[in-house]
Design a protein around this ligand. Structure first.
Ligand code: WTA
Length: 659
């Protein structure tokens, strides 16, 4: 991390908005910086006026009485209003005569020379979503019941989410790459009684055994009464009579009519579990109107979406993460721009998968993560060069700080030096973008996410909440509420306050270090807590530690993030073995432990390096000295003051074991 910060500090190249973009994108949402600053001021000084104007563009049953009511940490948006998110994504477009337009374009993992493609119009969506909603009702799902969704990237995933929104049943989507213990924790915490899944999903020609993972989880989840299963891979699975139902049996026989529930603005739309410093993943709560309006508005402005301008939006995220929720589904459909969902992996059947998709579908907007860009760089320039990328107008990145080298490569090789890049900074908790350039408007500097989004009173402060001068690193905070902000952690008010609102009283703390340069641009310097960003996926070091100590050979474990060429951050684990464990402290045990973590959490949590040690360095109060371990993991002489080390021996032993 520190290496990339240094290189960022020296970064000074400025990229003005390209003429090509300005002439091809359609009307520019925010045409210049002067307009941005005026709009931004208004959004901060008069949030009611600003967001009220935007909200008028959505369909409501009852108009709101008050745009915002706040007493931080609590805020309510569009108070007294009633609406439905599914109605604004789907029915609204049909009512306005656009039912036959493309809503979702899905491409399956190619198993034969030609990829499988499905195109869903808004009318198709309405029918499938309504039937799915009726199927959920037939299984007893009522307004307010949490529906767990653990699926691969198939169209039924988006359909299931919209069906939940239609009937007012909050969904909780679990990333399909997580293992069965992750399902158990999340289903229990959400008190969910139903799971929607697939028999399996395709990834690099292999089948991910989703249904098997659900079956294993259900052994510990007697409360789960129904499992709805989409057939995707035709793999042999066991269907449990009375509990399991095939989607293709239950859904198509339902009526295609299902009225939308009239939801209050602040009714829960979904839970999405994400990692924090301590404890198990927390269920971030997003509510109806604020989230809907914030994601649709940020999508429209950050990506300059214009219906009927041949825009095709391709976000490569998995819907199991917030990026997919907000910028594949909920932010896109209200904007009436086709959104792509893809199944599989970026390098299967070959490393040019994305570029062949861009050419095949004439993608105009491409949104991915820095870790993917670093992989593209490694795979070689020849892959994008093989394809016609001339349809591209705009590129985006998200998930972690982007190193300037990757930014420049992306700009030249994918954007062919004509596409602006929007480096969008945000979090599961923020619902949508909080700091980002606006294309055609904000000059960009590689590595900086530039300026705050409308309504985001972002600042870099010290622990007293005092704003720091230019180029001083500090804490990234948001000082006022915004419509897309989380409303809580499911079932844990104390943790909500403690995590986000206590460190700097009265301000939302993002958990990231940042600085602002003399231009006012933000530079994110990475997490300041024990969250690590592995390939843009958020993990708590503690989750990996708990997985390790659940292995019989391990008594104690400490996990730290280390710089990784492709992943951004890799995982280094220091492990103390039980004296009773008879076995070699060798590669085979290392492999076993890696497999164990994969089984407990999922492949993304697999450590890159495991080091065995007799003792872990701790402070007198018993805290593991992570920074020291990080230095050891990257082979650096520690510059840290080690006088608080409880046992100098531990350090000496760790160093000795340095091969
Ligand atoms: C990091 C993903 C720098 C940051 C949408 C944040 C970024 C965490 C950027 C949230 C960016 C995300 N530049 N860092 N453009 N985007 N991050 O909840 O550390 O999975 O706090 O949301 O990712 O991760 P999450």
């Amino acid at each position: 991390m520190s290496d990339s910060i240094t290189s960022m500090l020296q970064e000074n190249r400025l990229f003005e908005p390209s003429e090509h973009f300005r002439t091809h994108i359609g009307p520019i949402a925010v045409p210049d910086l002067k307009t941005y600053h005026e709009m931004y001021r208004k959004s901060i000084d008069d949030p009611g006026g600003f967001w009220g104007e935007i909200a008028k563009d959505f369909d409501w049953y009852q108009p709101w009485e008050k745009v915002v009511e706040w007493n931080l940490p609590d805020a309510k948006w569009f108070v007294g209003g009633t609406t439905n998110v599914c109605a604004n994504c789907v029915d609204r477009q049909i009512k306005r005569g656009h039912g036959d337009e493309l809503a979702i374009l899905w491409e399956g993992e190619p198993c034969s020379p030609d990829p499988e493609i499905r195109r869903l119009t808004y009318l198709d969506l309405l029918r499938e979503v309504s039937q799915t909603a009726n199927a959920l009702k037939s299984m007893g799902v009522k307004r307010g019941d949490v529906v767990t969704i653990y699926m691969g990237m198939v169209p039924e995933l988006a359909i299931a989410m919209l069906a939940c929104a239609r009937i007012g049943a909050p969904h909780s989507v679990i990333f399909g790459g997580f293992a069965s213990p992750a399902i158990v924790d999340r289903v229990q915490d959400a008190q969910s009684k139903i799971i929607i899944t697939c028999d399996g999903s395709w990834r690099r020609g292999q089948i991910v055994a989703l249904k098997k993972n659900v079956d294993d989880a259900c052994e510990k989840l007697p409360e789960v009464k129904n499992v709805l299963v989409v057939r995707r891979t035709q793999s042999p699975i066991t269907m449990h009579a009375g509990r399991d139902h095939w989607w293709h049996d239950l859904v198509p026989t339902q009526s295609p009519e299902c009225p939308c529930e009239e939801m209050n603005s602040e009714d829960l739309l979904f839970l999405l579990y994400t990692s924090g410093s301590t404890g198990k993943p927390k269920g971030i709560c997003h509510t109806t109107a604020g989230y809907m309006i914030y994601t649709a508005q940020t999508a429209r402005v950050t990506f300059n979406l214009v219906p009927k301008h041949n825009h095709v939006f391709f976000c490569t995220a998995d819907i199991g993460w917030i990026t997919g929720h907000s910028y594949i589904v909920y932010g896109m459909l209200p904007n009436r721009v086709p959104t792509i969902m893809y199944e599989g992996a970026p390098n299967f059947p070959a490393e040019d998968r994305f570029w062949s998709m861009v050419a095949r579908h004439k993608v105009t907007h491409f949104y991915t993560a820095p870790t993917a860009i670093r992989a593209f760089m490694k795979w070689g320039d020849e892959h994008p060069r093989k394809h016609d990328l001339s349809s591209l107008l705009l590129l985006g990145t998200v998930g972690e700080p982007i190193n300037p080298e990757a930014w420049i490569w992306y700009h030249q090789n994918i954007g062919q030096s004509r596409c602006p890049i929007v480096d969008t900074m945000w979090q599961t908790e923020t619902g949508g973008h909080i700091i980002t350039p606006l294309p055609g408007c904000t000059p960009t500097v590689p590595g900086s996410c530039t300026l705050p989004a409308f309504g985001i009173d972002a600042a870099v402060v010290n622990e007293k909440g005092e704003e720091l001068p230019a180029n001083h690193g500090g804490l990234l905070v948001i000082r006022r509420p915004w419509p897309g902000m989380l409303r809580g952690i499911h079932g844990d008010r104390a943790r909500f306050i403690e995590t986000y609102w206590t460190k700097v009283p009265g301000m939302y703390i993002a958990g990231d270090g940042a600085r602002r340069d003399e231009r006012g641009y933000f530079w994110i310097m990475g997490r300041i807590d024990d969250v690590i960003n592995v390939s843009g996926h958020r993990l708590g070091t503690m989750e990996v530690e708990s997985a390790l100590v659940s292995h019989p050979a391990v008594v104690e474990a400490a996990v730290v993030g280390i710089p990784h060429e492709i992943k951004g951050t890799g995982i280094a684990a220091f492990v103390t073995l039980s004296p009773h464990f008879k076995g070699a402290t060798d590669d085979s045990l290392r492999k076993q432990l890696m497999e164990h973590v994969t089984k407990e959490i999922g492949p993304i949590a697999r450590p890159d390096m495991i080091r065995f040690t007799m003792l872990l360095p701790k402070t007198r109060s018993g805290k593991i000295m992570r920074r020291l371990l990080r230095d050891i993991a990257v082979g650096k002489e520690s510059t840290q003051d080690t006088t608080t080390l409880e046992d100098f021996n531990a350090l000496a032993k760790l160093r000795e074991s340095d091969e």
